[in-house]
Ligand binder design. Structure first.
Ligand code: PTJ
Length: 260
């Protein structure tokens, strides 16, 4: 990994960029994952690189839904394994959810590399998706493979940084789908039941924190949080946040401004 000086004004952005490159070098992250990361970075700039209120609202509803679920599953892909391997395991434990490696560009080598990475943080954790035997209806062979004891059986699934077509196919299967996606306009963002428009490097630690806080809440209270949640409003509020932020920046002026 290239050493980035901590004093660099864009340290964290460069740090995660290096993590994605490292993920590819370890055989986990797809080449297209680098492009997906760049798209995410662009939207993060527009959002302001922080967890905004509509994202916090979506995180809370997602955690409540997971705590109520009967067979909750968290999907892991090549970008997620590069950026938040430790937090993914922490989240699965905090939500009592199963982990499934599930790839858009599936190759057995990438599955094994991701499994290796996750096991560094917990050698004994159950990892599904190694030998998937089921297929999501409507998706061709490699893209549709899912684990019989994972996504196939799940009532609630978290599919972060996901392709829109697969998100839609999961919704059609009757799954309750939660996604994390910095692009509020993406098909995934529009198709999911709960869309967390936030960088996964911020969203996952926050979800772990909230899961620990909320897991002792009465089920009735959790149900109320889910029922009162409106994903359409969340997406509109994100778009309005971006518009208002850009308007303010334009009016204030950004020429030679150090911080945004
Ligand atoms: O590892 P695989 O084979 O499963 O492939 C993973 C990728 C990401 C390549 C695949 O799922 C894909 O092509 O996804 P898309 O359609 O590019 O969608 C990924 C979405 O994630 C985009 O809308 C990005 O804006 C968003 N995104 C990228 N990085 C982040 C992000 N959202 C949140 N946090 C990020 N760090």
């Amino acid at each position: 990994m290239v050493k980035i000086p901590k004093s660099h004004p864009r340290y964290w952005s460069l740090y995660y960029r290096e993590k994605i490159i490292e993920g590819m070098e370890k055989g986990m992250t797809a080449k297209a994952g680098l492009i997906a990361h760049g798209r995410g970075e662009a939207f993060d700039y527009l959002i302001g690189e922080k967890t905004i209120e509509p994202a916090e609202r979506a995180i809370r509803a997602a955690v409540a839904k997971f705590l109520l679920a009967e067979w909750p599953v968290i999907s892991v892909n090549g970008n997620v394994a590069a950026l938040v391997p430790k937090e993914t395991i922490e989240l699965a434990k905090a939500l009592n959810a199963k982990l499934e490696i599930n790839l858009f560009y599936r190759t057995e080598e990438r599955v094994r590399a991701i499994e290796r990475e996750l096991r560094k943080y917990d050698p004994n954790i159950e990892i599904l998706g190694i030998n998937p035997t089921k297929r999501i209806p409507g998706l061709e062979h490699e893209r549709g493979k899912v684990d019989e004891n994972g996504i196939w059986r799940a009532d609630v699934v978290l599919v972060p940084l996901e392709d829109g077509d697969r998100t839609e196919a999961l919704v059609k299967m009757g799954k309750f789908v939660v996604t994390v996606d910095l692009n509020p306009l993406s098909r995934s963002a529009r198709m999911a039941d709960i869309t967390i428009v936030d960088n996964i490097v911020r969203a996952y630690p926050r979800m772990v924190e909230l899961a620990k806080e909320m897991r002792n809440l009465p089920r009735e209270k959790l149900r109320k949080i889910v029922e009162s949640y409106d994903n359409g409003k969340t997406l509109s509020d994100v778009l309005l946040h971006i518009r208002n932020r850009l308007t303010e920046l334009a009016e204030e002026g950004i020429w030679r401004r150090k911080e945004l």
